[in-house]
Design a protein around this ligand. Structure first.
Ligand code: SF4
Ligand code: FES
Length: 261
């Protein structure tokens, strides 16, 4: 006769999963600054109700509007990962990258997006970067060195970690313009070089492979140049890449004042 064995051992518990439960979507109001120079010279705000999750970024909320509610909203973006520097704008009053700002971190059910200050507006949230790029170019943002051509038998330029440390953080600039938009001097002097350009001038001047220091110092040592900075420090507060343009300006002044070689 067959026997049935009854186990008194407890069944093993299923393994605990560390995947968090999906957050409940909520609805926020996105206020977008609208300005179309070809239609109307007045800026107005338009409001949209947007479903958001914990991880929804401001850029995604704007793209939701473009895809579902109003295709005509103008916004510039590309990489969506804080690398290309295209999506700078004022978000709840502060210059930020839209792709790098989560709605949840703003802790508000109303999110207002406006174009960056101190830049001409092309349309809605898209601003004109011409001046930023031309100033950046004027700073000669490349290594100037007579021996930089690769010749047969040429050797690499040796840099110590300490040499690299002098300029490394300043090389992280993505040209997003947030620092220029936060700068109070730029607001009053349209010809000011600006924190972005000055930080780049320092980045190459401090590079021990470079021989263009004299040229760059001449460029920044003029009436709308480095001495216009009042050291408000707002540029460094808003930089999404930790560049610290305010410090770069002080270090660059050190070369001009002769206590830095
Ligand atoms: S210094 Fe910072 S805020 Fe200014 S342009 Fe570069 S990355 Fe943007
Ligand atoms: S889309 Fe490239 S930095 Fe935001």
């Amino acid at each position: 006769m067959a026997t049935v064995e009854v186990s008194t051992e407890k069944k093993a518990e299923p393994p605990q999963t560390s995947v968090p439960a999906p957050s409940k979507p909520k609805t926020i109001t996105l206020r977008i600054s609208r300005f179309n120079p070809s239609e109307n010279a007045e800026t107005k705000f338009e409001e949209f109700k947007i479903p958001v999750q914990k991880w929804t970024t401001v850029l995604e909320a704007i793209l939701y509007v473009k895809e579902n509610l109003d295709h005509s909203v103008a916004v510039r973006y590309s990489c969506r990962q804080a690398s290309c520097g295209s999506c700078g704008m004022k978000i709840n009053g502060k210059p930020r990258l839209a792709c790098y700002t989560k709605i949840s971190e703003l802790e508000s059910n109303v999110v207002t997006v406006e174009p960056m200050n101190n830049f001409p507006i092309i349309r809605d949230l898209a601003v004109d970067f011409k001046q930023l790029f031309s100033t950046h170019k004027k700073m000669k943002p490349f290594i100037i060195n007579e021996e930089s051509e690769v010749q047969p038998g040429a050797k690499e330029f040796i840099q110590t970690p300490q040499d690299l440390e002098k300029f490394l953080q300043f090389s992280y600039c993505i040209k997003c313009g947030l620092c220029n938009s936060a700068c109070p001097t730029m607001a009053t002097d349209k010809s000011f070089v600006g924190p972005q350009g000055l930080a780049q001038a320092y980045r190459y001047t401090a590079d021990n492979r470079d021989q263009g220091k004299k040229d760059r110092l001449k460029i920044v040592d003029q009436s709308h140049g480095i001495w216009r900075c009042h050291f408000a420090g707002s540029c460094s507060n808003v930089c999404p890449k930790g560049v610290d343009p305010a410090m770069a300006i002080q270090l660059l002044r050190g070369y001009l004042l002769g206590f830095r070689k």
